[in-house]
Ligand binder design. Structure first.
Ligand SMILES: NC(=O)c1ccc[n+]([C@@H]2O[C@H](COP(=O)([O-])OP(=O)(O)OC[C@H]3O[C@@H](n4cnc5c(N)ncnc54)[C@H](OP(=O)(O)O)[C@@H]3O)[C@@H](O)[C@H]2O)c1
Length: 308
């Protein structure tokens, strides 16, 4: 078994494993087994969110794997996310107080004393963004979350935090894959020492979002070469003796991102962390760089009317 011991520094004293297990769209009743499976397979980083409705099962999976392997809480990196509320969807925006309470609820669901990383899931609502960020800063001060960050934030949203005189996020979790490379945002984040966590890394090969209601309407993005037999990723996979998914995930790693693939399949869960025995060469990295198609399929940066 290959344990992904590769980490990068989120802050001076907090390391994040570069490969995590994503849990979006896994139901609470199924997630315990899959998180357990992932940790047994070597994952040491689990990604969930208040909005996924599965924190309870995630917590059970973490506990049962820790018991089985005899490992301590410190060995597992857990991320969850504050759902900010969205008036466009008829939801009350969270205030400073309700953001603090939301973390308490998440910890209680997860059955944990702290999480390693707490993110604001998306940059809305505008009026409460800074209050929500202040709540995360306070939770970090209280030691209930080790690191704090944001998700789906663009440069403007992060500059708002700077303008308010508050500490910048430790991380930004964003959709990143060869078809959505966001070069300007990535270089801005790197310049500001904000770690990057890539989600939906497998978009170029999967068709799971190519379903009415699952994307921001950009289904055309999904239709091209990803699943064809002559897809560039298939050709590279053959060349390196790995799967297409491994090529896409390794690309993220080589770009310096953490990746958090989700799978409900035992064999894929295992394969998706085996990313450190090969390297995409410079020529292929340059080829991939030319494949950028823009925004992506999940959130449109900062647009509260587009769903993940
Ligand atoms: N912050 C945000 O707004 C946000 C948004 C989206 C996602 N995320 C996080 O990022 C995680 C990953 O993103 P994601 O779930 O959108 O997509 P993903 O991990 O890129 O792709 C998941 C899809 O790919 C399939 N798959 C997994 N491994 C595969 C393999 N080796 N070969 C072929 N197909 C494979 C899965 O099917 P099976 O399950 O059948 O294997 C599933 O349909 C999420 O679970 C969540 O934790 C965050």
């Amino acid at each position: 078994m290959q344990i992904p011991k590769e980490y990068f520094n989120l802050t001076n004293d907090i390391k994040i494993p570069m490969v995590g297990f994503g849990t979006y769209l896994i139901e609470d009743k199924d997630v315990k087994f899959l998180v357990h499976q992932a940790i047994i397979s070597g994952y040491r980083h689990i990604d969930t969110a208040e909005a996924y409705g599965n924190e309870n099962g995630v917590g059970l999976g973490i506990k049962s794997a820790m018991d089985e392997l005899g490992i301590s809480r410190e060995e597992i990196f857990v991320t969850t996310k504050l759902w900010p509320g969205n008036e466009a969807w008829g939801q009350a925006p969270k205030t400073f107080e309700s953001s603090i309470k939301a973390l308490q609820r998440s910890l209680s669901n997860l059955k944990l004393d702290y999480v390693d990383l707490y993110l604001i899931h998306a940059p809305f609502p505008q009026k409460q963004r800074i209050e929500q960020w202040k709540a995360l800063v306070e939770l970090q001060r209280q030691g209930k979350v080790r690191a704090i960050g944001v998700s789906n934030f663009n440069e403007g949203h992060i500059e708002e935090i700077r303008s308010a005189g508050l500490p910048l996020p430790n991380a930004n979790q964003i959709e990143l894959h060869p078809w959505s490379q966001k070069p300007n945002l990535v270089s801005y984040l790197k310049k500001n020492n904000i770690s990057i966590i890539a989600y939906s890394s497998l978009v170029p090969l999967s068709s799971w979002r190519n379903v009415e209601g699952q994307t921001s309407g950009k289904t055309d993005l999904m239709k091209a070469d990803g699943a064809d037999s002559d897809s560039p990723f298939k050709i590279m996979a053959t060349k390196y003796g790995v799967s297409e998914a491994q090529v896409l995930l390794r690309w993220g790693i080589q770009k310096g991102f953490a990746v958090i693939p989700k799978s409900t399949t035992r064999e894929r869960i295992q394969k998706n962390i085996e990313l450190f025995g090969f390297e995409i060469d410079d020529r292929d990295m340059s080829e991939i760089e030319k494949m950028d198609r823009g925004e992506g399929v999940a959130w449109k940066s900062g647009d509260p009317t587009k769903e993940a």
